[in-house]
Design a protein around this ligand. Structure first.
Ligand SMILES: [Zn+2]
Length: 242
C-alpha cells in the first residue's frame, strides 16, 4: 500500500469507527486542540489517542522483529502540565532578572507556550529504543547520531515510520525555523494534519492572553505572528500539506 492510499484508508477507518461520534460533526473542539480536553487514550504505556495507539502498536511490533524496542518517553501532554513547566521556567528566569520578552524568548528555544504543543493533540510522541541502557538525559541529538545508542532506531524510523503514518516534524532541514531538530519526535499525520488545520482557525493570542500563563500578557501580536510562522509552522512540509 502506498502512503497516499494508507492515509486515506486510515482516515476513513477513523471516520467510520474509531473516531468518537461526537467529534465527527463538531470537527475538533477547541479544548481538545489546546490540551484542555480529556481525550480517551490508548493505554498508560501508550498515552496517545486510540487510533494513534493502534497505528503505533503495529509499528512497534514490526520494529521489534529487528530488535528495536520503540519506547514512548512522552505522548499526550495536557495544557496544565505544559503550563507548570512554563511557569516554573518563567519564575526562575524572572529571579535572574530577565525582562518579560527576554524571558519568553529564552523559554521558547526548548519549550512551547502552553496551548501550542503538538503533544496536546495525542498524536505526537517522543521515542527512544528501550532495549538500550538509559544513561542521563535520553532526548539528546548526539544519542541518535554517530555512535549513539539510538542510531539503529533512527535509521529504522527514517525508512519505515511513514508507512504507519508517523512523520518527523522537526527535521534537520536548515531552511526550517523554530524548534531545533528533534530526531525523537514523531507525529501521526492522518490525524495531526487535520488537527493543525483546525488549530490554525483559532484566535491564539486571545486564547493565550490569560493570567494563568506567566508572561502571557506580554505576548504582542507581532510576537504571536512570528511564533505561528516559525515555531508552529516550522515543521516539515508533509505535516502542513492540507
Ligand atoms: Zn516531542
Amino acid at each position: 500500500m502506498n502512503r497516499k492510499t494508507f492515509l486515506s484508508t486510515s482516515l476513513s477507518i477513523i471516520g467510520v469507527s474509531i473516531w468518537p461520534d461526537s467529534w465527527k460533526n463538531l470537527g475538533y473542539p477547541t479544548p481538545i486542540l489546546l490540551g484542555k480536553g480529556n481525550p480517551e487514550l490508548y493505554s498508560i504505556d501508550i498515552p496517545l489517542l486510540k487510533p494513534v495507539g493502534v497505528a503505533f502498536k503495529e509499528m512497534q511490533h514490526s520494529a521489534e522483529k529487528e530488535g528495536i524496542v520503540l519506547e514512548i518517553v512522552s505522548g499526550y501532554r495536557s495544557f496544565e502540565r505544559q503550563k507548570s513547566i512554563w511557569n516554573r521556567k518563567y519564575k526562575s528566569n524572572q529571579k535572574e532578572g530577565l525582562k518579560p520578552n527576554e524571558n519568553i524568548n529564552k523559554i521558547i528555544e526548548y519549550s512551547t507556550l502552553p496551548g501550542t504543543s503538538r503533544h496536546h493533540w495525542g498524536t505526537d510522541v517522543d521515542l527512544i529504543d528501550g532495549s538500550k541502557v538509559k544513561v542521563g538525559d535520553v532526548l539528546l541529538t548526539e544519542k541518535f547520531h554517530g555512535m549513539g545508542p539510538y542510531v539503529k532506531m533512527r535509521k529504522w524510523m527514517e525508512k519505515n515510520a511513514a508507512n504507519y503514518g508517523f512523520i518527523m516534524p522537526y527535521t534537520k532541514d536548515k531552511s526550517r525555523k523554530g524548534f531545533y531538530y528533534e530526531p525523537w519526535h514523531f507525529s501521526y499525520s492522518p490525524i495531526a494534519l487535520p488537527m493543525l488545520k483546525a488549530y490554525l482557525e483559532l484566535d491564539l493570542k486571545s486564547i493565550l492572553s490569560t493570567t494563568e500563563v506567566e508572561g502571557s500578557l506580554h505576548l504582542s501580536s507581532n510576537f504571536m505572528a512570528l511564533y505561528l510562522e516559525q515555531n508552529i509552522l516550522g515543521i516539515t512540509k508533509e505535516l502542513k500539506a492540507f
